[in-house]
Ligand binder design. Structure first.
Ligand code: ZN
Length: 253
C-alpha cells in the first residue's frame, strides 16, 4: 500500500514523496473550505493544509538531518494523510543517538510554534478563520499539537522511541523495545477508546495504525536479534569458541 506514492523533489539528497491518498485529503479540505466560505475558504484551506504538511516535512527533516549527522542513510520522507515518515537505512542502537535523532523532530515543531507566538502576540482580540491571522493561528496550534502528540510514549512514535532509548540504557535493546511497544499498545487502546467515544474516527484509525506499527517494529527488532545470534554462533564455529565477538562485523547498524 505504501508503494502508491509519487516522488516530488529531493531535499539535501533525501527524496520527498507523497502518498496518493494525500490528494483525497487535499480534495476533501478544498471542498470543505469552498462549502463554508467560497473561493476564500477554498484558498485558505488548501494553503493551510500545505503549510501544515510543510511543517510535517520540517519535523521529518529534523530527524533525518540528525540521522545523517550520525552517518545513517535516509532513503526518503513519505507524506501520508496521517502524517510523515522518514525511512532510515538503519536505526542506531546507541541510546544517545536514537534519543537525539528522535528529539530533533518535535524540537522543530516547538521552535516553529515559538517563532509564530511572537507574531501572534501582535494580533488584536478578533481573529477570523479565513485570513492571514487565522492561518498563522492554525499553524501555531498545529505545531504545538504535533510536537506534544508525537511525544506521547506510543511506540513507534517519537515519545515511544525516547522511552525505548532511555530503557535501553538499563536493559537489552530487545527488552527495551518490547517494554516500549507494550506501553505504546496500552496507550493506543485507551486513546482509540476515547477517540471513538468522542466520535473522532480519524484519531481512532491513527491509534490503530500506531498499535500495529509498534507490533511490526518490535517483530523486526526480534528477527534482527535472532539473525545476529545465529551470526555469532557461526563465527564462534568458524573461529573457535575463544574468539569473542561483540558486534557482527558484516552487518550494518
Ligand atoms: Zn517524529
Amino acid at each position: 500500500m505504501l508503494g502508491w506514492s509519487i516522488n516530488l523533489f529531493r531535499i539535501r539528497g533525501i527524496q520527498l514523496a507523497v502518498h496518493a491518498s494525500f490528494f483525497l485529503l487535499l480534495a476533501w479540505v478544498a471542498n470543505d473550505g469552498w462549502r463554508s466560505a467560497g473561493a476564500a475558504g477554498l484558498g485558505w484551506s488548501v494553503v493551510t493544509l500545505l503549510a501544515f504538511f510543510g511543517c510535517v516535512v520540517l519535523h521529518e527533516l529534523g530527524h533525518s538531518l540528525t540521522a545523517i549527522h550520525f552517518g545513517i542513510g535516509v532513503r526518503r520522507i513519505l507524506l501520508m494523510p496521517i502524517g510523515g515518515m522518514a525511512e532510515f537505512d538503519s536505526i542506531p542502537r546507541q541510546p544517545a543517538r536514537e534519543l537525539l535523532i528522535t528529539l530533533a523532530g518535535p524540537a522543530v515543531n516547538f521552535v516553529i510554534a515559538g517563532l509564530l507566538w511572537f507574531v501572534i502576540r501582535t494580533f488584536g482580540d478578533e481573529v477570523t478563520l479565513y485570513s492571514l491571522d487565522g492561518f498563522i493561528y492554525q499553524i501555531f496550534f498545529a505545531n504545538l499539537v504535533m510536537g506534544i502528540f508525537n511525544l506521547l510514549p506510543a511506540f513507534p512514535m517519537d515519545g515511544g522511541r525516547i522511552l525505548r532509548a532511555l530503557l535501553a540504557w538499563r536493559m537489552s535493546y530487545l527488552r527495551a523495545t518490547r517494554f516500549a511497544a507494550t506501553v505504546g499498545k496500552v496507550i493506543c487502546v485507551l486513546g482509540a477508546g476515547v477517540a471513538l467515544w468522542s466520535n473522532h474516527w480519524l484519531l481512532a484509525v491513527l491509534f490503530a495504525f500506531i498499535f500495529f506499527a509498534g507490533e511490526a517494529e518490535y517483530r523486526a527488532v526480534q528477527r534482527r536479534e535472532i539473525e545476529d545470534a545465529r551470526w555469532r554462533e557461526t563465527l564462534a564455529r568458524v573461529y573457535g569458541p575463544t574468539t569473542t565477538v561483540n558486534e557482527p562485523p558484516l552487518l550494518s547498524r
